[in-house]
Unconditional design. Sequence first.
Length: 147
Amino acid sequence: MARQYHQRQTRRAYRNDVSEFSAFAGLRGLTYWIRAGHGPADGGMKLGGKHFHHYNIGIALLTTVAAVGLRGTERQRTHPAAAVAFGAANAMIVDELALLLELEDVYWAADGRRSVDAALGLIATGATVVAGMPFWPHAHRALWSIS
């Protein structure tokens, strides 16, 4: 029973990680494609005449996943779509990290490159922590059994 629980947790974590990395790569690719003159003529989404940054969609999606986590049924909370949506939402937010930290749109500036590095570092760190989660309970028991 406990083994099945850990396997389900691992599958959800894997889906989250793959979703986050894929969404991040897809967003970067899409924004480069739009900047190269493809897609919308005015360079992206506009709302009320202002550029609409995709981190807003990420925040809305993350809020939705949180609501499902708090108020949803067990089936809804553990559905694969919840893990995928969580990863995609995080990618949308992390992709515009420089804008959120500096309150300035530096997506295409040198500071934007540092934002990409920071985003990839955050994604990699999160994936490493999540991938190592099954290890920590065993390590805890092993360390406490020594004393």
